[in-house]
Write a protein of this length. Sequence first.
Length: 182
Amino acid sequence: MPSGGKVRPTADRVREALFDILGPTLEGTRVLDAFAGTGALGFEALSRGARIVTFLECDCEILAVLRRNARDLGVEDRCRLVPGFIETPIPWRIPGGPFHLVLADPPYEDPVRGRFLRGLDASAVLAKFARVVVERDHRAPPTLEGLGSLFLERSARYGRTCLDFYRWAGASRADDLESEAG
């Protein structure tokens, strides 16, 4: 793990609860692990059958650790590592998309969560009816404003951590391209 407190890993208890809610298998799904940090969420999705996971992380040191972890776990061929973050619309061609599931653990102290969700909604990277799960501090309210086609389905609290489960009800150019590809 990178030094200097750059990463706040999702607690094991919260990660277990998250995947219990998502269901026992993610067979064949394409997952985006945004604010990837240690990659624990994305690697867990791979272990539960995800076809491909794209790790989105803005810190180059952390991306190098993720690359080594993917190699050590023998899943390099099912991982895409992308530097950066989503705060504005991004092209649909982000490696591994369109995504059925987005797992996001943004910094708690930074107001990036709302910008991330609005940027994600405005981007063409989500598959139809995609699920988006965002981790937040229990003291912060869930993001509800300006989300376009994203709507909050449920929230779950685990100690000081809340998970917000959103569903994307939009259709994108990515869906059209996916169905054309067969």
